[in-house]
Design a protein around this ligand. Structure first.
Ligand code: NBP
Length: 476
């Protein structure tokens, strides 16, 4: 019998995806550049399902049912192109090539166009959930033609995480849409992690709580509206004790956050699209700042506030305030990410349904959370929603949180605890609700030094004031 699907690249991710397909009753053809990996998979996990190993790409192609469905799961970048170049000539029109790696959506657009010209379908697919998700049910974000999805979708949906009986996989849109949405998912993940880290920092350095106690607070929060994978693992990490030293694990880890680049991509693309995603940008910059060792060394003895702790009664109330501030800031960060998805969709004419993205992120992926059901509902109620902040539920949550949120941000400033995420989110909230922004003044400055012109509130057209002359106004 021919195989239902092929997997190329059998490192951790590919191996686990292949096993996931097999465990769901699909016959899986296998190929890896280094044959030992292929053999090891069959040897160790062969009993989990039906595998058809091959030591050549041609062998893998020959093993597949037509139209062929092949998932490439190799290192993103040049290796992906190398595999496509070798694979494409072996395929026939109508065959479907899936790239499940962390590709940049612009690369996916390029590859899709090249394969489309050869009559092949190219499905750039975001896959989130890491190693564990790949094996037990990831969140899957496939981009490509509707025709390809008709053939491929049922296989992907069968191996995806399931929430309330619905698979965490849906057709995102054409060409680069899937990888774009995966990129924004990662950007949101950065922002969410930064906000959680700030909440910890406040509980530790303003409220004076110890890591073990803070783990308890996060566990408590995880029973409420903040329930999410990231909050859950935060409690685990904070509750962990280093075996060597007996100290809290979080105190023996170097405080320099690293990154692989998908958060940075999100911000770079947001800049290109002109979408404000300060929450994601702050999170990326906060990681870079933490790694700025010479700058941090040089600034260690700069003066700070004289007051450094809350008294114990205030500290108890403060923990509740931090929960509000975290929830509100999280709404803002997700609102920014979803606006970026809408902007990308409009720019590339992808017709992405933002509510459906929230739905497929409810399980399998790193940002999975109860909260995403609210986002899905918001877009169901109004598919044209300009921002999540305007949704009835979120508007109410922000309204209820705002006094606590302001107390947290001002306390942080007074006690010298850096909260770029919380403070930036509050500024974003206040900017969007402002009746008038000082952007009017900036327009005046631009017109003054560069004759860039401005629009008036009371008349149509572009205007310029003769700043160096008699300051009369001309229409431009
Ligand atoms: P790696 O990213 O470590 O890549 C290793 C695989 O790429 C091996 O199978 C290797 O073959 C193959 N490969 C390379 Br490198 N160069 C090749 C070439 N020129 N031709 C053919 N094969 C080549 O594997 P991974 O960690 O399993 O990740 C796979 C993809 O999934 C990546 O794009 C990664 O970014 C993404 N990923 C996603 C998540 C997530 O949570 N979504 C997590 C981790 C990774 P060899 O065995 O012969 O060296």
């Amino acid at each position: 019998t021919p195989a239902d699907i092929g997997v190329i690249g059998l490192a951790v991710m590919g191996r686990n995806l292949a096993r996931n397909f097999a465990r769901h009753g699909h016959r899986v053809a296998l190929y890896n550049r280094t044959p030992a990996r292929t053999d090891a998979l069959v040897e160790q996990f062969g009993q989990e399902g039906e595998f058809v190993p091959s030591h050549t790409l041609a062998g893998l192609v020959a093993a597949l049912a037509v139209p062929r469905r092949v998932v490439i799961m190799v290192k993103a970048g040049e290796p992906t192109d190398a595999v496509i170049d070798e694979l494409a000539p072996l395929l026939e029109p109508g065959d479907i090539v899936v790239d499940g790696g962390n590709a940049h959506f612009a690369d996916t657009r390029r590859r899709e166009a090249a394969l489309r010209a050869r009559g092949l379908h190219f499905v750039g697919t975001g896959i989130s959930g890491g190693e564990e998700g790949a094996l037990n049910g990831p969140s899957i974000m496939p981009g490509g033609t509707a025709e390809a999805y008709r053939s491929l979708g049922p296989l992907l949906e069968s191996i995806a995480a399931q929430v309330d009986g619905r698979p965490c996989c849906t057709h995102v849109g054409p060409d680069g849409a899937g990888h774009f949405v995966k990129m924004v998912h990662n950007g949101i993940e950065y922002a969410d992690m930064q906000l959680i880290a700030e909440a910890y920092d406040l509980l530790r350095h303003a409220a004076g709580r110890q890591p073990g106690e803070i783990a308890g607070i996060f566990r408590e929060w995880n029973r409420g509206r903040l329930e999410s994978y990231l909050i859950e693992i935060t409690a685990e990490v904070l509750g962990h004790t280093d075996a060597d030293t007996g100290r809290p694990f979080v105190d023996v880890v170097q405080d320099r956050a690293e990154q692989k680049g998908t958060g940075r991509w999100t911000v770079q693309i947001a800049l290109d699209l002109g979408v404000p995603v300060p929450g994601i940008a702050e999170a990326v910059f906060a990681r870079s700042l933490s790694g700025g060792v010479p700058q941090r060394e040089a600034c260690r003895d700069l003066p700070g506030p004289t007051e450094t702790w809350l008294d114990s009664a205030a500290a108890d109330r403060f923990a509740e305030d931090v929960e509000h501030a975290l929830y509100a800031s999280k709404i803002v960060a997700y609102a920014q990410g979803f606006q970026q998805i809408q902007a990308g969709s409009a720019e590339y004419d992808w017709q992405v349904d933002p509510g459906a993205m929230a739905a497929i992120w409810r399980g399998g992926c790193i940002i999975r959370a109860r909260f995403l059901g609210r986002i899905e509902a918001a877009y169901q109620a109004d598919p044209q929603l300009p921002t999540l902040l305007a949704d009835e539920y979120f508007r109410k949550a922000l309204g209820e949180a705002q006094s606590a949120w302001r107390r947290v941000v001002s306390t942080a400033a007074q006690l010298g605890v850096p909260v770029p995420g919380f403070a930036g989110a509050l500024a974003y909230y206040d900017a969007l609700r402002a009746e008038r922004l000082p952007a009017a003044l900036i327009q005046g400055q631009r017109d003054f030094f560069g004759a860039h012109t401005y629009h008036r509130t009371d008349r149509e057209g572009s205007f310029h004031t003769l700043w160096a002359g008699d300051r009369s106004e001309e229409r431009r």
